[in-house]
Design a protein around this ligand. Structure first.
Ligand SMILES: Nc1ncnc2c1ncn2[C@@H]1O[C@H](COP(=O)(O)OP(=O)(O)OP(=O)(O)O)[C@@H](O)[C@H]1O
Ligand SMILES: [Mg+2]
Length: 239
C-alpha cells in the first residue's frame, strides 16, 4: 500500500482511498470560476496547518496580495504561515504583467521558465517543502504561443517536481467540459487528474468533481457534488 497524503479537503480523501499517493503530481482542471485556485491553495494551506507539511504555492495569474486577500475570507492567514516558514508564495504573476514586486520569492525580470524552476527549487529547499501547487499552468500559454515550447516548459516543471519528491498540484483551465487539459499534454504527465465542474441544473449552477484518473490506486468513479463554504471546499457525501 503506497503512502498517502491527506488533501485537507473534507470529503475528498475517502473518494481517493485515503488521499493522494505521496510524491505524485495531480492535475486539477476546470473552467473559469470552478474553484481551481481555492482547491490548490487549500491543499497547501491545510498541509501546513493540519499536517505540519510546509508548502510552496506558485501563483502565475494572481498577484500574491490578491491571493492573500481572497483566501482570508476562509480564515486562512497566509502571511502568518509565511512568517513562520510554513508556506512560501512564489510571485510569477507580477513580472509577467510588468509590475514590480517586493515578494521574497518572485520572478523579477519578465517570465522565464528556467528562472521559475530555480525559484521553486530555492523555496522548496528553504522550507523543506512537501507540497507544491502551481496555479495555473494555463498562464504559460500567454507568454509563449509555440505549443512545443509550452510543452517543454510543462515537462521541465514536472521533472523538477519529481526531483523535489513533493506531492503536487498543477491547475489548468479548460474552455469546455469535453476537454481535459489546455495544452493536451498535462493529463499524460500527471499521475492523477481531477476535473472541477460548474454546470447549470434547473436554473442553478452546481459544483461537482470527477476523479478522471489516479495511477496506482482505485478511486471513486462517481460525480461528487461539492460546495465552497466559509471554510473552503467541502465535498458532499453521495446520497
Ligand atoms: N466565500 C465564498 N463562498 C462561496 N463561494 C465562494 C466564496 N469565495 C469564492 N467563491 C466562489 O469561488 C469562485 C472562485 O474560485 P477560484 O478562484 O478558486 O476559481 P478558479 O477556477 O481558480 O477561477 P479562475 O478561472 O478565475 O482562476 C468564485 O467565482 C465564487 O463562485
Ligand atoms: Mg484561479
Amino acid at each position: 500500500m503506497s503512502e498517502r497524503v491527506k488533501t485537507g479537503i473534507p470529503g475528498l480523501d475517502g473518494i481517493l482511498n485515503g488521499g493522494f499517493i505521496k510524491g505524485t503530481n495531480i492535475l486539477v482542471s476546470g473552467g473559469t470560476g470552478t474553484g481551481k485556485t481555492i482547491f490548490s491553495m487549500q491543499f497547501v494551506y491545510m498541509g501546513a496547518v493540519l499536517y505540519d507539511e510546509p508548502g510552496v504555492f506558485v501563483t502565475l495569474e494572481e498577484r500574491p496580495s490578491e491571493l492573500r486577500r481572497e483566501v482570508s475570507q476562509f480564515g486562512w492567514d497566509l502571511k502568518h504561515l509565511e512568517n513562520h516558514g510554513k508556506i512560501a508564495i512564489i510571485d510569477a504573476a507580477s513580472s509577467k504583467a510588468g509590475i514590480p514586486t517586493n515578494e521574497p520569492y518572485a520572478l523579477r525580470r519578465g517570465f522565464d521558465i528556467n528562472e521559475l524552476a530555480k525559484e521553486i527549487y530555492r523555496a522548496a529547499k528553504d522550507l523543506g517543502s512537501q507540497r507544491i501547487a502551481l496555479d495555473s499552468i494555463s498562464a504559460l500559454g500567454v507568454r509563449f504561443d509555440d505549443i512545443l515550447q509550452i510543452r517543454t516548459s510543462i515537462f521541465k516543471l514536472s521533472a523538477l517536481l519529481r526531483e523535489l519528491e513533493v506531492t503536487s498540484i498543477m491547475t489548468t483551465e479548460i474552455a469546455n467540459p469535453n476537454q481535459i487539459s489546455r495544452f493536451g499534454v498535462e493529463e499524460f504527465i500527471a499521475q492523477g487528474v481531477i476535473i472541477l465542474y460548474l454546470d447549470e441544473e434547473r436554473d442553478e449552477l452546481r459544483r461537482s468533481l470527477i476523479v478522471r484518473k489516479m495511477r496506482g490506486t482505485s478511486h471513486s468513479l462517481k460525480r461528487h457534488p461539492f460546495e465552497i463554504t466559509p471554510k473552503g471546499i467541502a465535498v458532499k457525501p453521495v446520497e
